[in-house]
Design a protein around this ligand. Structure first.
Ligand code: ZN
Length: 282
């Protein structure tokens, strides 16, 4: 009997805004992280199509929740350029990979040498044997020299011993202080809005034009109903009532008239999320 099944897949993508309070200098900084979670479920003989689809989506959501709790990027603080302790292992793993590659090279050299030795026996091509010894030596000697040093370094490896210029570069490219981030987001909204208004015409088919204003709050604030003040790009502060447990992407609309144009400001809820279960990662 042939077993036929239909496999359903579901994928969820999310851009997380990670927030970190530096354990060294107390600076609160953020970085962005893209995550993807997949789920799958079978529908035997196409009999449970609907529930398989649901189940695949459910698995993807469960995986996404786990990712949101656990995953992180190893990025130094943009203020003191030091890594947080829970990030050490991840940086160490990268170092481990390079040492593993070194071992791989050694192995290839060895296998090559033995292989060519056999070949030498068969073909009597002496120069190949010498070449193999040379290859082996090229991999082995540096390994003997650096190997013990590298192993010691891995065990006691502290990424904060890496040159500051290196850490500064990573931090500069990927992290930003929270206050700076919020300031620059607001400036960007203002500039975009000025341009947006200058290009508005009266022909918008009866639909008032929308302008998106994403804003960020701490995810812990969603444990209760909360009121927040948001600054629109016009400089006006509006009060938004956010319900407990509200989801990212929720839109709060405000109708205003700017330069005789009716405009709808669409304030979009985003959250700062923290890596939980950090101790598991050490
Ligand atoms: Zn710091």
């Amino acid at each position: 009997m042939i077993y036929i099944k239909n496999v359903h897949f579901a994928t969820i993508n999310a851009l997380l805004t990670r927030i970190v309070k530096c354990e060294h200098c107390g600076t609160v900084f953020i970085y962005f992280m893209e995550v993807e979670a997949e789920g799958s479920a079978d529908s035997p003989y196409f009999l449970t199509e609907k529930s398989a689809k649901k189940s695949a989506a459910h698995h993807a959501r469960v995986r996404m929740n786990s990712l949101v709790e656990k995953c992180f990027l190893s990025i130094p603080c943009p203020s003191c350029f030091l890594y947080q302790k829970y990030m050490f292992k991840a940086v160490r793993d990268v170092e481990n990979t390079s040492v593993t590659l070194g071992f791989g090279g050694l192995l290839v050299g060895g296998v090559l040498a033995i292989g060519l030795r056999i070949l030498y026996g068969l073909t009597n091509a002496e120069w190949i044997w010498y070449l193999a010894i040379a290859t082996f030596a090229v991999f082995t000697l540096p390994f003997l020299y650096y190997g013990s040093h590298a192993a010691k370094r891995l065990i006691h490896f502290d990424p904060n011993d890496m040159p500051e210029s290196h850490r500064k570069k990573i931090a500069g490219e990927q992290a930003v202080e929270k206050s700076l981030f919020e300031k620059s987001v607001h400036t960007m909204h203002e500039e975009e809005f000025t341009l947006y208004v200058s290009e508005l015409t009266d022909n918008y088919d009866g639909h008032a034009p929308h302008f998106d204003v994403p804003f960020w709050i701490d995810e812990t604030m969603l444990e209760n109903d909360v009121m927040v003040d948001i600054c629109l790009p016009t400089g006006e502060f509006v009060e938004i009532e956010i319900e407990r447990g509200e989801l990212e992407g929720k839109k709060y609309r405000f109708r205003r008239v700017v330069n005789n144009h009716k405009i709808v400001f669409c304030c979009i809820l985003r959250t700062y999320t923290q890596t939980q279960r950090r101790l598991d990662q050490i």
